[in-house]
Design a protein. Structure first.
Length: 436
């Protein structure tokens, strides 16, 4: 388990900033206790190029230790390579974007070869696949969600962060060990060849992999999706129907209509909201068009509050008759997501609203369960040395890792907002780490 701390300064040649590592921390984690006990931890402070760089070290304690212990980068990195020994994998939290890249660059500057010959595992991916619905994937927040005790003031020390990463990985492994046999078999079969899932399997007593087929995978997904509790239209039958919508008095004006400003206040959840006369005028005009049964075209500038004006009229229409439906088609996916967020926020004061709402993506941006089943089975076959027959991307181990993350997110979605996101394959619904 590796973590590095680096000084960062602005640079025209490096848009994300130029970095120099000043601290390397690492801990061993393995089912082989003897190998761990030989040299459980490693730490080195690397000398920076000049005092200007040294002034960028974060924290007085870190600066003091740097002054006492810093040595030439080639010496510190050389000792790290020796300590690494015959390790099978190098693990870092957000290592793909940060630690691994920075370590390679530091080795190059020190005239040393890159740390090759070991698998590289990003613990951030493991956390996202095992716990797909965390509010935050910062190391400290993931640790807290996984039941790992940390002291916030001690984070951003390379050795401390490496220890926390090891505990997070251990907690993720314990979580995965608790999965049912069918889920364990599916994930480790589809994820075979992935350094991340090989690491997880190496830290358990469970044998990875096993045979999967379309029928078993489809049944596993069906069982998970039944947990969503959504009404399903049976073949040859009509819709199960929707419940009536009751409008809370706090959202209504004296004439009984929904007030878009009161909607905005409810969505803001305590934040101050500006009253907008144009928004009021827009809602009144749209409502009048609907009452008269006429088509209407309304244009308003950015900042008017168009979304909530439209939503106010839609809620009036729905509340008048349980048999009515409203379709709000947005020009952009971002606006669709904004409206979905408004519905979730309004559900706090309008119970049942989420259950009456759905978010529909275009064909390119929504998951096909049939294609998902085919991809998972093909992934397991390719990982087992066979040729994929339906999905050509499964030969790419990164695609298989994303596939595992996606199916875990789909299976563990709870609540309408998570369900809407879980059914989407839109890039904006993927974690930035996976997109990169």
């Amino acid at each position: 388990m590796l973590d590095v701390e680096a000084a960062v300064r602005a640079s025209a040649q490096h848009p994300g900033g130029e970095r120099r590592i000043y601290q390397v921390g690492a801990v061993r984690l393995s089912a082989d206790a003897g190998w761990v006990d030989e040299a459980p931890e490693f730490e080195a402070w690397l000398r920076l190029p000049d005092p200007q760089w040294e002034a960028l070290i974060r924290g007085e304690e870190a600066s003091a230790r740097y002054r006492r212990e810093a040595r030439a980068a080639e010496d510190g990195l050389g000792d790290f390579r020796e300590w690494l020994g015959d390790a099978d994998a190098l693990v870092a939290f957000n290592g793909s974007v940060a630690d691994f890249t920075w370590l390679d660059a530091e080795c190059l500057r020190a005239g040393l070869p890159a740390v090759d010959g070991v698998l590289r595992v990003d613990a951030l991916y493991v956390a996202q696949a095992v716990w797909p619905w965390l509010d935050s994937y910062r190391l400290g927040d993931v640790a807290a969600s996984g039941g790992v005790a940390t002291q916030a003031g001690q984070l951003h020390d390379a050795l401390v962060d490496a220890r926390v990463t090891a505990l997070v990985v251990r907690a993720a492994v314990e979580e995965a060990v608790g999965w049912s046999d069918p889920w364990w078999r599916l994930v480790t079969s589809a994820g075979a060849g992935s350094a991340a899932w090989e690491l997880v399997a190496s830290l358990t007593d469970r044998r990875p992999g096993g045979a999967v087929d379309d029928e078993s995978v489809a049944e596993l997904l069906a069982e998970a999706l039944r947990e969503w509790g959504e009404p399903v239209r049976s073949p040859g039958r009509g819709s199960p129907g929707l419940a009536a919508l009751t409008l809370p008095a706090q959202l209504l004006v004296p004439d009984g209509r929904v007030d878009p400003h009161r909607l905005a206040v409810a969505v803001a959840a305590g934040r101050e909201v500006e009253w907008r006369s144009v928004q009021q005028e827009m809602a009144r005009w749209l409502g009048a068009q609907v009452d008269a049964g006429r088509d209407g075209l309304c244009e308003a500038p950015t900042g008017t509050g168009k979304s909530l004006a439209v939503l106010a009229v839609a809620l009036d229409w729905l509340a008048a008759d349980p048999g009515r439906r409203v379709v709000i088609s947005t020009f952009t996916r971002q606006l669709q997501g904004q409206l979905a967020g408004d519905v979730v926020a309004l559900a706090r004061v309008m119970p049942g609203l989420e259950s009456l709402t759905d978010v529909v993506k275009g064909q390119r941006n929504r998951v096909s369960l049939r294609a998902l089943v085919a991809a998972l089975v093909d992934a397991a076959e390719v990982a087992g040395g066979h040729r994929a027959s339906r999905i050509r991307f499964v030969g790419d181990v990164v695609f298989r890792e994303v596939l595992v993350w996606f199916v875990r997110r789909l299976a563990t979605a709870r609540g309408r907002a998570q369900v809407w996101s879980a059914r989407s394959v839109d890039v904006q619904d993927l974690p930035a780490f996976l997109v990169e």
